[in-house]
Design a protein around this ligand. Structure first.
Ligand SMILES: NC(=O)c1ccc[n+]([C@@H]2O[C@H](COP(=O)([O-])OP(=O)(O)OC[C@H]3O[C@@H](n4cnc5c(N)ncnc54)[C@H](O)[C@@H]3O)[C@@H](O)[C@H]2O)c1
Length: 338
């Protein structure tokens, strides 16, 4: 029996984790704190007695403190998350991702006596371009976009609170997640819904940049292990969560087009995105050693399950269609929809 605060629980990964916990631990009490920005929505949050929803901002210190004082565990997902949007307007990224995390970490510190663990959701984007292939947790942090730098600030802030004050923090760095309930601004749902609508699929640059794609259910599994594992072994640790395999974005788009029986002529190559990083592939050793975790959903299966979900949930995603692209100004001053 635990009471868990899940910030950002109305977004993609947070709401998948809420559903995962509800199914596996029907006794747990979950408190979801979410500001319902454009990225979060109430449809994502199950309306059941075990889930208490709080509409609010992670920067509201008093609210955060009140909620954390009632919990045993905090899992902090809330953030501004879209790389391209951070190029267009980055203020909120630093406010939410850095200062919001400071607010959460301060409340965890204040309530140290009742908080058993604080799981901070960081990202592989903090590494920037790969200095070496198969990136482990010792890879230098060279964030290459305002989003990535805000997340790197939050990641190191949490680490410093563990180092200075001994808060029971575990830092998880997921690689690229995909699956049901992901906003249409992100690559996989954008490609799938473009196929459903028979519309062109924009691919940045030459499509050769590669990512380590992880089905969200596998992430939930890893977080569950971080929730249940011995906190004395986990606190202060940074753990990558990825598959150890990478696929180029152009290849991924072709896989989706083929799985959906659409034409490859839908693929359209546009200018590259500023702040792009070429290669990302996770080392899986530490997650294996500390969490005994390894991914289990192969990419073809994860894509099929995602395709199936988007085919069945038009009404969920149709209202996001206008947000599938973001206007950005390229290095040579051109305005492009990305
Ligand atoms: N999606 C990925 O591939 C990925 C990969 C690695 C790490 N991450 C990290 O995982 C976390 C969740 O990502 P996601 O893809 O689910 O994001 P998302 O954009 O789908 O959801 C973010 C949620 O946070 C909420 N939120 C935003 N600002 C808030 C604020 N000030 N106060 C309270 N709530 C606020 C939003 O309303 C939304 O519900 C983020 O920290 C992100 O950096 C995501």
């Amino acid at each position: 029996m635990k009471t868990i605060l899940i910030t950002g629980g109305a977004g993609f990964m947070g709401s998948n984790f809420v559903r995962y916990l509800l199914k596996k631990y029907p006794d747990y009490k979950l408190i979801v704190l979410d500001a319902l920005t454009y990225a979060g929505c109430m449809e994502n949050v199950p309306r059941v007695p075990n889930v208490r929803f709080w509409f609010g901002n992670v920067r509201n210190a008093e609210l955060v403190d009140t909620l954390i004082s009632q919990c045993d565990v905090v899992v902090h997902f809330a953030a501004e998350t879209h790389v391209t949007r951070s190029i267009y307007d980055n203020l909120l990224f630093f406010e939410t991702d850095v200062l919001g995390t400071q607010c959460i970490a301060n409340a965890v510190l204040k309530n140290n006596s009742n908080i058993e663990r604080f799981i901070h959701i960081s990202t592989s984007e903090v590494y920037g371009a790969a200095r070496f292939d198969v990136m482990d947790e010792e890879h230098p942090l060279m964030p290459a976009s305002p989003y990535a730098s805000a997340k790197a600030g939050a990641d190191r802030l949490v680490y410093s609170y563990w180092h200075t004050y001994g808060i029971p923090a575990v830092i998880i760095r997921p690689f690229n997640n995909y699956g049901p309930y992901q906003h249409l601004e992100k690559a996989v749902p954008r490609f799938i819904t473009s196929c459903i609508l028979n519309e062109p699929i924009n691919i940045h640059g030459d499509g050769k940049m590669s990512r380590d794609w992880l089905f969200v259910e596998d992430l939930c599994n890893a977080l569950d292990l971080a929730l249940q594992g011995d906190i004395n072994e986990l606190k202060g640790e940074v753990i990558n969560v990825g598959t150890g395999k990478s696929i180029e974005i152009g290849t991924l788009a072709e896989m989706i087009v083929d799985l959906m029986g659409s034409s490859r002529s839908l693929l359209r190559y546009v200018g590259d995105r500023p702040g792009q990083v070429m290669r990302h592939r996770s080392s899986t050793e530490k997650a294996q050693k500390l969490l005994e975790w390894h991914y289990s959903v192969p990419i073809e299966e994860g894509l099929k399950r995602s395709i199936d979900w988007y085919k069945k949930n038009h009404s969920w995603w149709e209202k996001q269609l206008w947000m599938r692209s973001v206007p950005i100004i390229t290095k040579d001053g051109k305005i492009e929809e990305h």
